[in-house]
Design a protein around this ligand. Structure first.
Ligand SMILES: Cc1cc2nc3c(=O)[nH]c(=O)nc-3n(C[C@H](O)[C@H](O)[C@H](O)COP(=O)(O)OP(=O)(O)OC[C@H]3O[C@@H](n4cnc5c(N)ncnc54)[C@H](O)[C@@H]3O)c2cc1C
Length: 482
């Protein structure tokens, strides 16, 4: 009987966990979590991610305890912790599921080599993605930089494997001592997390609850509803997928099965196709990050390195954007939703990002860092790709001349202004037609709504027309390499 250390990381689940299945098959299982934020290099988890991690680890530990196993927690560095644990317990094998962030790929390589040199049996497994980033290649053998051909290649590669069931597990006679979850100090000292607690249930059970509700109530309308932030039209599975509480294979096959079981009267096929392609964007982001490890820090299109960003010496523009006080209601609603719940609707991420990078002309890396700290789904691959998309400098990015107009976007995707007034109740007294541009409301309408601009809600911090023109000129200079 082999005793195997199963090193949990961003695979905080018991079902469809290949490392766990392989360890359980070989003998007894010792589940381990090593807290090693330094391993992520310049991108240790932000505040919202740490909050999630705390609760997800608590949920994993409870699920293991129900099955008679203890989750041993140790402080990093990971290699030293795993070595010590192997020595203390007599474990002869270590298994884990792979990660794809550049610093962690490097860590995995070092840990694998060192533990193998110690004579341990080492295996890593694919669990976080449908396809390993190195398996799909263009006809010329290169990495993809455009989504559509990548997605076609992924679909040609066939259906992902079926998810694995949770294995029956046996614990060793005694578990080593570990640190307490509280000692990791993941929760904020100042309790700003009330909104997060109300919005989310971290952990494998919470992930499946959310997936089930999405399949039952929303998948059928996903294609039509996904762009409207006032309706819960998307799955909100992103933090659960990021922490590996549910696997993309489980989601993929559950969606497929729900589609096959449809009544034929629901618009399921379109929605299923659209939804699966969003999982495809997640795969694409990891593919791009793996092949272009500079993605989080530098523009993939090097011409953008010389972009003339605006000076914001006292941080006034940045702070207004972060606090949801730009005077553009759709953007401000999104930024307030983010602060309150740790999540923001995708359409609003694009519009808020565009305002920062194009109208305010502040560096995309600044928005990327803010999202990194505040999103519960902060994910190095998806976040970096998203920001480079917004900036027009990344793989398959929005063309530089695509500058979202936050007023038009609001009128189109939140026509009644319900989303905006949910997060900015001070605008609720305005008729819907002024909710996305309160400064255009006549004085008597503002007075009737009890709204004084500049006091109750800011005036726009930038002129949309002039700033758009300035951004286009700046992008034009970059394009010409001037
Ligand atoms: C500036 C910017 C930053 C972003 N940062 C992140 C981030 O840090 N983490 C993150 O998970 N997503 C990020 N996204 C992508 C997207 O906004 C979120 O994945 C999505 O809003 C999550 O909501 P959902 O689970 O309801 O998505 P659904 O529409 O239900 O989609 C299902 C799943 O597909 C994946 N997905 C959907 N859209 C994308 C996309 N554009 N790129 C990659 N994967 C996608 C997610 O895993 C998502 O959970 C960012 C987008 C932008 C424009």
């Amino acid at each position: 009987m082999t005793l195997t250390l199963v090193w949990f990381r961003q695979d905080l689940r018991l079902a469809d966990n290949p490392a766990l299945v392989a360890a359980a098959r070989a003998g007894t299982v010792l589940p381990v979590y090593v807290h090693d934020p330094e391993a992520a290099g310049a991108w240790p988890p932000g505040g919202a991610s740490r909050w999630w991690l705390h609760h997800s680890l608590a949920s994993l530990a409870a699920a293991l305890a129900e099955r008679g196993l203890a989750l041993t927690i140790r402080h990093g560095p990971a290699l030293a912790a795993l070595r010590t644990l192997a020595r203390e317990t007599g474990a002869t094998a270590v298994r884990w599921n792979r990660r794809y962030e550049p610093a962690l790929v490097e860590q995995d390589r070092r840990v694998k080599q060192a533990l193998a040199d110690d004579g341990l049996d080492i295996h890593s497994h694919k669990a976080a993605l449908l396809h390993e980033p190195w398996t799909l290649r263009t006809g010329q053998g290169r990495a993809y930089q455009a989504f559509t051909p990548f997605w076609r290649a992924l679909c040609r590669d066939g259906e992902p494997d079926r998810p694995l069931p949770e294995p029956a597990m046996h614990a060793p006679p005694s578990a080593p001592t570990g640190e307490s979850l509280a000692s990791l100090q993941l929760l904020p000292r100042v309790r700003w997390d009330e909104g997060l607690r109300a919005a989310w249930t971290p952990g494998e059970a919470g992930a499946h609850e959310r997936l089930g509700a999405f399949l039952r109530n929303r998948l059928g309308h996903y294609a039509d509803a996904r762009d409207y932030p006032a309706t819960a039209g998307t799955s909100a599975l992103s933090p659960h997928l990021h922490f590996g509480e549910v696997s993309p294979r489980q989601v993929w096959h559950a969606v497929r099965e729900r589609c096959a079981a449809g009544t034929g009267t629901e618009p399921l096929a379109d929605s299923t196709g659209k939804y699966l392609s969003e999982l495809g964007w997640r795969e694409f982001a990891h593919h791009v990050l793996f092949h272009f490890p500079e993605l989080p820090d530098n523009p993939l299109n090097r011409r953008f390195s010389a972009f003339p960003w605006r000076e914001d010496p006292d941080g006034r523009l940045r702070e207004a954007w972060q606090a949801g006080r730009t005077g553009f209601p759709l953007v401000d609603a999104g930024m307030r939703e983010l602060w309150a719940t740790g999540w923001m609707h995708n359409r609003v991420r694009m519009v808020a990002g565009s305002l920062l990078v194009k109208n305010l002309r502040l560096p995309w890396q600044l928005g990327e860092r803010w999202f990194w700290d505040t999103l519960v789904d902060a994910d190095l691959a998806n976040n970096s790709l998203g920001w480079q998309w917004v900036a027009g400098s990344g793989a398959d990015a929005a063309p530089y001349f695509r500058i979202f107009n936050p007023v038009r976007q609001g009128e189109r995707f939140d026509p009644a202004g319900d989303y905006v007034t949910r997060w900015i109740p001070e605008l609720a007294g305005l008729p819907a037609r002024y909710r996305h541009a309160p400064w255009t409301a006549p004085a008597d309408v503002l007075a009737e709504a009890g709204l004084t601009l500049g006091r109750d809600y800011p005036r726009p911090i930038v002129d949309l027309k002039t700033s758009r023109q300035q951004a286009l000129e700046a992008f034009q200079r970059v394009k010409q390499g001037a």
